[in-house]
Design a protein around this ligand. Structure first.
Ligand code: GLY
Length: 355
Protein backbone atom coordinates (compact mmCIF):
# COMPACT_ATOMS: atom_id res chain seq x y z
CA UNK A 1 0.00 0.00 0.00
CA UNK A 2 1.64 3.32 -1.02
CA UNK A 3 2.53 5.82 1.68
CA UNK A 4 3.55 9.37 0.75
CA UNK A 5 5.18 11.53 3.44
CA UNK A 6 4.53 15.27 3.51
CA UNK A 7 7.06 17.47 5.26
CA UNK A 8 5.74 21.04 5.43
CA UNK A 9 8.66 23.00 6.94
CA UNK A 10 8.43 22.38 10.70
CA UNK A 11 9.01 18.80 11.94
CA UNK A 12 5.58 18.81 13.59
CA UNK A 13 4.13 19.30 10.11
CA UNK A 14 5.42 15.95 8.88
CA UNK A 15 2.66 13.47 8.15
CA UNK A 16 1.86 10.40 6.11
CA UNK A 17 -0.75 9.95 3.40
CA UNK A 18 -1.88 6.30 3.32
CA UNK A 19 -3.38 5.25 -0.01
CA UNK A 20 -5.08 1.93 -0.62
CA UNK A 21 -8.23 -0.10 -1.10
CA UNK A 22 -10.40 -1.04 1.89
CA UNK A 23 -8.57 1.35 4.24
CA UNK A 24 -11.77 2.56 5.89
CA UNK A 25 -12.38 -0.99 7.08
CA UNK A 26 -8.80 -1.57 8.24
CA UNK A 27 -7.47 1.71 9.60
CA UNK A 28 -7.66 0.95 13.37
CA UNK A 29 -3.84 0.54 13.69
CA UNK A 30 -3.31 4.02 12.25
CA UNK A 31 -5.39 5.49 15.08
CA UNK A 32 -3.43 3.67 17.80
CA UNK A 33 -1.60 6.91 18.78
CA UNK A 34 -4.99 8.42 19.70
CA UNK A 35 -6.07 5.64 22.10
CA UNK A 36 -8.16 7.05 24.96
CA UNK A 37 -8.97 10.27 23.04
CA UNK A 38 -12.22 11.44 21.49
CA UNK A 39 -12.78 11.97 17.76
CA UNK A 40 -15.40 14.27 16.25
CA UNK A 41 -16.04 12.94 12.73
CA UNK A 42 -17.27 15.72 10.46
CA UNK A 43 -19.15 14.22 7.49
CA UNK A 44 -21.86 15.40 5.13
CA UNK A 45 -25.25 14.01 4.18
CA UNK A 46 -23.62 11.98 1.37
CA UNK A 47 -20.61 10.55 3.20
CA UNK A 48 -22.10 9.96 6.66
CA UNK A 49 -24.45 7.11 5.62
CA UNK A 50 -21.81 5.54 3.33
CA UNK A 51 -18.68 5.56 5.47
CA UNK A 52 -19.14 6.82 9.02
CA UNK A 53 -20.10 3.42 10.49
CA UNK A 54 -16.97 1.74 9.15
CA UNK A 55 -14.79 4.55 10.46
CA UNK A 56 -16.47 4.56 13.89
CA UNK A 57 -15.96 0.80 14.13
CA UNK A 58 -12.23 1.19 13.41
CA UNK A 59 -11.93 4.03 15.91
CA UNK A 60 -13.69 1.89 18.52
CA UNK A 61 -11.16 -0.89 17.89
CA UNK A 62 -8.37 1.63 18.36
CA UNK A 63 -9.86 2.73 21.71
CA UNK A 64 -11.05 6.11 20.38
CA UNK A 65 -14.58 7.25 21.30
CA UNK A 66 -16.23 8.94 18.32
CA UNK A 67 -19.27 10.97 17.39
CA UNK A 68 -20.45 12.00 13.91
CA UNK A 69 -21.53 15.52 12.96
CA UNK A 70 -23.44 15.60 9.67
CA UNK A 71 -23.37 18.76 7.55
CA UNK A 72 -25.60 19.38 4.52
CA UNK A 73 -23.73 18.36 1.34
CA UNK A 74 -22.65 21.20 -0.95
CA UNK A 75 -20.57 24.36 -1.15
CA UNK A 76 -23.17 26.40 0.80
CA UNK A 77 -22.12 24.47 3.92
CA UNK A 78 -18.74 26.21 3.97
CA UNK A 79 -20.19 29.20 5.82
CA UNK A 80 -19.76 30.87 9.22
CA UNK A 81 -23.17 29.56 10.41
CA UNK A 82 -22.25 25.89 9.84
CA UNK A 83 -18.84 26.58 11.38
CA UNK A 84 -20.59 27.85 14.54
CA UNK A 85 -22.68 24.66 14.52
CA UNK A 86 -19.47 22.61 14.46
CA UNK A 87 -18.04 24.49 17.46
CA UNK A 88 -21.31 23.82 19.36
CA UNK A 89 -21.14 20.13 18.51
CA UNK A 90 -17.46 19.94 19.63
CA UNK A 91 -18.42 21.59 22.93
CA UNK A 92 -21.40 19.25 23.40
CA UNK A 93 -19.06 16.29 22.78
CA UNK A 94 -16.62 17.81 25.34
CA UNK A 95 -13.78 17.80 22.81
CA UNK A 96 -10.52 18.94 24.43
CA UNK A 97 -7.14 19.91 22.98
CA UNK A 98 -6.03 16.29 23.40
CA UNK A 99 -8.78 15.15 21.05
CA UNK A 100 -9.17 15.09 17.28
CA UNK A 101 -11.36 16.19 14.42
CA UNK A 102 -11.67 13.87 11.40
CA UNK A 103 -12.88 15.26 8.07
CA UNK A 104 -14.77 12.51 6.21
CA UNK A 105 -15.77 13.83 2.78
CA UNK A 106 -14.73 15.97 -0.15
CA UNK A 107 -13.15 19.39 -0.32
CA UNK A 108 -16.02 21.23 1.37
CA UNK A 109 -15.95 18.97 4.43
CA UNK A 110 -12.14 19.02 4.57
CA UNK A 111 -12.03 22.81 4.39
CA UNK A 112 -14.65 23.57 7.05
CA UNK A 113 -13.65 20.72 9.40
CA UNK A 114 -10.00 21.78 9.08
CA UNK A 115 -10.79 25.41 9.80
CA UNK A 116 -12.85 24.37 12.82
CA UNK A 117 -10.02 22.08 14.04
CA UNK A 118 -7.51 24.93 13.63
CA UNK A 119 -9.51 27.51 15.55
CA UNK A 120 -11.35 25.48 18.22
CA UNK A 121 -9.35 25.77 21.47
CA UNK A 122 -6.52 27.25 19.30
CA UNK A 123 -6.11 23.94 17.53
CA UNK A 124 -6.89 20.28 18.04
CA UNK A 125 -5.51 17.21 16.26
CA UNK A 126 -6.75 16.90 12.69
CA UNK A 127 -7.07 13.93 10.31
CA UNK A 128 -8.27 14.01 6.69
CA UNK A 129 -10.23 11.14 5.13
CA UNK A 130 -10.95 12.49 1.63
CA UNK A 131 -13.67 10.67 -0.32
CA UNK A 132 -13.63 12.51 -3.68
CA UNK A 133 -10.86 12.27 -6.27
CA UNK A 134 -10.32 16.03 -6.18
CA UNK A 135 -9.88 16.01 -2.39
CA UNK A 136 -7.61 12.95 -2.58
CA UNK A 137 -5.19 14.45 -5.12
CA UNK A 138 -5.31 18.05 -3.97
CA UNK A 139 -7.32 19.65 -1.18
CA UNK A 140 -6.72 17.11 1.63
CA UNK A 141 -2.95 17.57 1.31
CA UNK A 142 -1.15 20.79 2.16
CA UNK A 143 -3.16 22.35 4.96
CA UNK A 144 -5.30 24.96 3.20
CA UNK A 145 -8.51 25.19 5.25
CA UNK A 146 -11.24 27.81 4.98
CA UNK A 147 -14.85 28.85 5.01
CA UNK A 148 -16.49 31.28 2.60
CA UNK A 149 -17.59 34.82 3.45
CA UNK A 150 -20.71 36.24 1.77
CA UNK A 151 -18.32 38.47 -0.24
CA UNK A 152 -16.07 35.71 -1.56
CA UNK A 153 -14.79 32.14 -1.50
CA UNK A 154 -12.28 31.00 1.14
CA UNK A 155 -11.91 34.51 2.57
CA UNK A 156 -11.69 33.15 6.14
CA UNK A 157 -8.92 30.60 6.21
CA UNK A 158 -5.64 29.31 7.57
CA UNK A 159 -2.84 26.86 6.90
CA UNK A 160 -3.39 23.92 9.22
CA UNK A 161 -1.76 20.64 8.26
CA UNK A 162 -3.47 17.34 9.11
CA UNK A 163 -1.53 14.75 11.12
CA UNK A 164 -2.64 11.90 8.90
CA UNK A 165 -4.40 11.52 5.54
CA UNK A 166 -6.26 8.29 4.72
CA UNK A 167 -7.19 7.76 1.09
CA UNK A 168 -9.44 4.76 0.55
CA UNK A 169 -9.66 4.45 -3.25
CA UNK A 170 -12.82 2.33 -2.86
CA UNK A 171 -14.74 5.50 -2.00
CA UNK A 172 -14.42 6.49 -5.67
CA UNK A 173 -16.76 3.63 -6.60
CA UNK A 174 -19.70 5.57 -5.16
CA UNK A 175 -18.65 8.90 -6.66
CA UNK A 176 -20.71 10.18 -9.60
CA UNK A 177 -18.96 10.49 -12.96
CA UNK A 178 -19.11 14.29 -12.92
CA UNK A 179 -17.21 14.40 -9.61
CA UNK A 180 -14.68 11.86 -10.90
CA UNK A 181 -14.18 14.08 -13.96
CA UNK A 182 -13.56 17.13 -11.80
CA UNK A 183 -10.79 15.21 -10.01
CA UNK A 184 -9.32 13.89 -13.27
CA UNK A 185 -8.94 17.49 -14.43
CA UNK A 186 -6.67 18.14 -11.42
CA UNK A 187 -4.71 14.95 -12.18
CA UNK A 188 -4.10 16.12 -15.77
CA UNK A 189 -3.15 19.54 -14.37
CA UNK A 190 -0.23 17.95 -12.44
CA UNK A 191 0.96 16.39 -15.68
CA UNK A 192 0.80 19.76 -17.46
CA UNK A 193 2.66 21.78 -14.81
CA UNK A 194 5.32 19.44 -13.50
CA UNK A 195 5.22 15.83 -14.72
CA UNK A 196 5.43 15.21 -18.45
CA UNK A 197 5.59 11.43 -17.93
CA UNK A 198 2.32 11.52 -15.98
CA UNK A 199 0.70 13.57 -18.76
CA UNK A 200 1.91 11.13 -21.41
CA UNK A 201 0.76 8.15 -19.39
CA UNK A 202 -2.74 9.61 -19.11
CA UNK A 203 -2.63 10.48 -22.82
CA UNK A 204 -1.64 6.89 -23.70
CA UNK A 205 -4.24 5.31 -21.41
CA UNK A 206 -6.73 7.48 -23.29
CA UNK A 207 -10.00 6.76 -21.42
CA UNK A 208 -11.51 6.58 -17.95
CA UNK A 209 -12.01 2.82 -18.34
CA UNK A 210 -8.31 2.24 -19.07
CA UNK A 211 -7.20 4.56 -16.26
CA UNK A 212 -9.41 3.13 -13.49
CA UNK A 213 -7.29 0.02 -12.75
CA UNK A 214 -4.19 2.19 -12.15
CA UNK A 215 -5.94 5.08 -10.43
CA UNK A 216 -4.46 4.31 -7.00
CA UNK A 217 -0.93 4.58 -8.43
CA UNK A 218 -1.86 7.83 -10.13
CA UNK A 219 -3.38 9.22 -6.91
CA UNK A 220 -0.13 8.34 -5.10
CA UNK A 221 1.93 10.12 -7.79
CA UNK A 222 -0.25 13.25 -7.53
CA UNK A 223 0.05 13.22 -3.72
CA UNK A 224 3.84 12.95 -4.02
CA UNK A 225 3.90 15.92 -6.41
CA UNK A 226 1.66 17.94 -4.10
CA UNK A 227 3.78 16.97 -1.10
CA UNK A 228 6.86 18.39 -2.84
CA UNK A 229 5.12 21.73 -3.54
CA UNK A 230 4.02 21.87 0.10
CA UNK A 231 7.50 21.02 1.39
CA UNK A 232 9.11 23.79 -0.64
CA UNK A 233 6.39 26.43 -0.22
CA UNK A 234 4.03 25.53 2.65
CA UNK A 235 2.47 29.01 2.87
CA UNK A 236 1.93 29.62 -0.83
CA UNK A 237 4.37 32.49 -1.30
CA UNK A 238 6.10 31.14 -4.42
CA UNK A 239 6.23 27.95 -6.41
CA UNK A 240 3.00 26.54 -4.95
CA UNK A 241 1.12 29.05 -7.09
CA UNK A 242 1.88 26.77 -10.06
CA UNK A 243 -0.96 24.61 -8.74
CA UNK A 244 -3.21 27.44 -9.90
CA UNK A 245 -2.68 26.57 -13.57
CA UNK A 246 -6.07 27.08 -15.20
CA UNK A 247 -7.47 28.85 -12.15
CA UNK A 248 -7.36 32.45 -13.47
CA UNK A 249 -10.20 31.80 -15.89
CA UNK A 250 -11.72 29.09 -13.66
CA UNK A 251 -12.39 31.51 -10.79
CA UNK A 252 -13.86 34.05 -13.22
CA UNK A 253 -16.13 31.38 -14.76
CA UNK A 254 -17.34 30.23 -11.36
CA UNK A 255 -18.02 33.82 -10.38
CA UNK A 256 -19.72 34.80 -13.68
CA UNK A 257 -21.88 31.67 -13.85
CA UNK A 258 -22.74 31.64 -10.14
CA UNK A 259 -20.94 29.36 -7.68
CA UNK A 260 -22.10 25.76 -7.95
CA UNK A 261 -23.13 25.91 -11.65
CA UNK A 262 -19.82 24.41 -12.72
CA UNK A 263 -17.84 22.17 -10.38
CA UNK A 264 -14.50 23.79 -9.54
CA UNK A 265 -12.64 21.02 -11.38
CA UNK A 266 -14.78 21.59 -14.50
CA UNK A 267 -13.97 25.29 -14.52
CA UNK A 268 -10.27 24.41 -14.13
CA UNK A 269 -10.18 22.19 -17.23
CA UNK A 270 -11.66 25.01 -19.33
CA UNK A 271 -9.12 27.37 -17.75
CA UNK A 272 -6.21 25.03 -18.57
CA UNK A 273 -6.98 25.13 -22.30
CA UNK A 274 -7.31 28.94 -22.16
CA UNK A 275 -4.02 29.29 -20.26
CA UNK A 276 -2.25 27.11 -22.85
CA UNK A 277 -3.65 29.35 -25.60
CA UNK A 278 -2.47 32.47 -23.73
CA UNK A 279 1.00 30.92 -23.55
CA UNK A 280 0.97 30.10 -27.27
CA UNK A 281 -0.14 33.64 -28.17
CA UNK A 282 2.69 35.04 -26.02
CA UNK A 283 5.19 32.74 -27.72
CA UNK A 284 6.02 31.07 -24.39
CA UNK A 285 4.15 27.80 -24.86
CA UNK A 286 5.01 25.60 -27.86
CA UNK A 287 2.37 25.75 -30.63
CA UNK A 288 0.04 22.78 -30.51
CA UNK A 289 0.14 22.44 -26.69
CA UNK A 290 -3.41 23.71 -26.21
CA UNK A 291 -4.72 21.26 -28.85
CA UNK A 292 -2.89 18.42 -27.14
CA UNK A 293 -4.33 19.29 -23.73
CA UNK A 294 -7.78 19.74 -25.25
CA UNK A 295 -7.55 16.29 -26.89
CA UNK A 296 -6.62 14.58 -23.60
CA UNK A 297 -9.37 16.38 -21.70
CA UNK A 298 -11.91 15.40 -24.37
CA UNK A 299 -10.78 11.76 -24.29
CA UNK A 300 -11.67 11.76 -20.59
CA UNK A 301 -15.03 13.49 -21.20
CA UNK A 302 -13.93 16.79 -19.62
CA UNK A 303 -14.94 20.35 -20.46
CA UNK A 304 -12.63 22.42 -22.67
CA UNK A 305 -14.57 25.47 -23.90
CA UNK A 306 -16.05 28.56 -22.31
CA UNK A 307 -19.82 27.96 -22.22
CA UNK A 308 -21.70 29.92 -24.91
CA UNK A 309 -23.25 33.24 -24.00
CA UNK A 310 -20.57 34.43 -21.56
CA UNK A 311 -19.19 37.83 -22.48
CA UNK A 312 -15.38 38.08 -22.74
CA UNK A 313 -15.68 41.56 -21.12
CA UNK A 314 -17.45 40.13 -18.07
CA UNK A 315 -14.90 37.31 -17.78
CA UNK A 316 -11.94 39.69 -18.16
CA UNK A 317 -13.50 41.94 -15.47
CA UNK A 318 -13.89 38.97 -13.13
CA UNK A 319 -10.29 37.86 -13.84
CA UNK A 320 -9.01 41.32 -12.90
CA UNK A 321 -10.54 40.74 -9.44
CA UNK A 322 -8.60 37.49 -8.99
CA UNK A 323 -7.02 37.04 -5.55
CA UNK A 324 -3.66 36.73 -7.35
CA UNK A 325 -4.07 40.13 -9.09
CA UNK A 326 -1.10 42.48 -8.66
CA UNK A 327 -1.97 46.09 -9.51
CA UNK A 328 -3.21 46.16 -13.11
CA UNK A 329 -1.99 42.68 -14.00
CA UNK A 330 -3.05 39.17 -13.07
CA UNK A 331 -0.35 36.54 -12.52
CA UNK A 332 -1.37 33.58 -14.66
CA UNK A 333 0.46 30.24 -14.76
CA UNK A 334 1.83 29.64 -18.26
CA UNK A 335 3.33 26.38 -19.56
CA UNK A 336 6.82 26.57 -21.01
CA UNK A 337 6.29 22.99 -22.19
CA UNK A 338 4.14 20.05 -21.07
CA UNK A 339 5.56 19.35 -17.58
CA UNK A 340 6.99 22.82 -16.82
CA UNK A 341 5.49 26.26 -16.14
CA UNK A 342 5.99 29.69 -14.62
CA UNK A 343 3.90 32.63 -13.37
CA UNK A 344 3.53 35.48 -15.86
CA UNK A 345 1.80 38.84 -15.33
CA UNK A 346 -0.93 39.45 -17.92
CA UNK A 347 -3.06 42.55 -18.39
CA UNK A 348 -6.87 42.26 -18.52
CA UNK A 349 -6.65 43.23 -22.23
CA UNK A 350 -4.28 40.30 -22.94
CA UNK A 351 -6.50 37.90 -21.01
CA UNK A 352 -9.54 39.00 -23.00
CA UNK A 353 -7.80 39.00 -26.39
CA UNK A 354 -6.67 35.40 -26.03
CA UNK A 355 -9.95 33.97 -24.68
N1 GLY B 1 -5.08 23.67 -4.07
C1 GLY B 1 -3.92 24.45 -4.26
C2 GLY B 1 -3.00 24.43 -3.09
O1 GLY B 1 -3.16 23.64 -2.19
O2 GLY B 1 -2.11 25.24 -3.04
Amino acid sequence: MPIVTVCASAPESRYDIHIGHGLLKACAPLFAPYRGRRAAIVADSNTAPLYSYALMEQLHRAGVESSVIVLPAGEATKCPEELARLYDAFLDFRLTRADLVIALGGGVVGDIAGYAACTYLRGVHFVQVPTTLLAQVDSSVGGKVAVNHPRGKNLLGAFYQPELVLIDCDTLQTLDERQVGAGLGEVIKYGCICDRALFERIETLGSRAALTPVLDEIIARCCALKAEYVRVDPHDHGVRMQLNFGHTLAHALENAMGYGTLLHGEAVTIGMVAAARWGEALGMTPEGTSSRIRAVLRAYGLMTDVPAGLSPDALAGAMALDKKAEGRTVRAVILTEIGACKGVPLTPAQLKAFL
